[in-house]
Design a protein around this ligand. Structure first.
Ligand SMILES: CC(C)(COP(=O)(O)OP(=O)(O)OC[C@H]1O[C@@H](n2cnc3c(N)ncnc32)[C@H](O)[C@@H]1OP(=O)(O)O)[C@@H](O)C(=O)NCCC(=O)NCCS
Length: 168
């Protein structure tokens, strides 16, 4: 369904392949200050292949989304209400500037959320810079709500909103 509507608009959404790695790293560095090692990308792909998707126009990857499924944190906090909760987590999302505003990020998000949901997970969350209005608008459009503010979350000192989508 998503795929067809994307195809009509000139792009396809498909699962990441290891041969996409260099291009995804290029897009990440071109679009975001938060950059990761090749191993970080491959680790997430191998852990949850359906959660790592790319968008392609005429055979060229122009955007990606990388997600994971968090299982209550690496360091459990037994007294936290969040302890043990399984949640989808959007780690990184970017679309090349020339390919923006045609629904690609929205399609990547919808498909990744669907794949998270098909694992029986009932909530997806993400962090976003408080000044990143394009991304905040996208997440609100999909039903995400701000549930927390993380002060000085980013390396340059900017705050993050934590936004969450519940799918009960
Ligand atoms: C945020 C980003 C991924 C959006 O990608 P995109 O493919 O252009 O987004 P879409 O075309 O799917 O837009 C879907 C919705 O997002 C919102 N949106 C997207 N770009 C927007 C902009 N420049 N200004 C305001 N709202 C915007 C709108 O609500 C839009 O819906 P609409 O077209 O019905 O108005 C892209 O701008 C990007 O890569 N930015 C740099 C990296 C980044 O910020 N990543 C997210 C980090 S949390």
């Amino acid at each position: 369904m998503e795929l067809e509507s994307g195809e009509r608009r000139g792009y396809i959404i498909r699962r990441f392949k290891e041969s996409d790695l260099d291009r995804v790293i290029y897009i990440n560095r071109r679009c975001l200050p938060e950059n990761y090692t090749p191993d970080f990308f491959l680790y997430h792909y191998r852990e949850f292949p359906d959660g790592f998707l790319v968008a392609e126009i005429d055979g060229t990857v122009v955007g990606y989304i990388m997600t994971r499924i968090d299982r209550g944190g690496i360091l459990p906090q037994p007294f936290s209400r969040e302890f043990g909760k399984v949640k989808g987590h959007v780690i990184s999302l970017a679309v090349m500037p020339h390919a923006r505003r045609r629904g690609i990020a929205e399609s990547l998000m919808r498909e990744a959320i669907q794949n998270i949901r098909s694992r029986g997970v009932k909530e997806v969350y993400l962090e976003v810079r408080v000044t990143n209005n394009p991304a905040i608008n996208l997440y609100r459009k999909l039903g995400f709500k701000v549930v927390n503010v993380l002060r000085r979350y980013y390396a340059d000192g900017e705050d993050a909103y934590v936004m969450s989508l519940r799918m009960d």
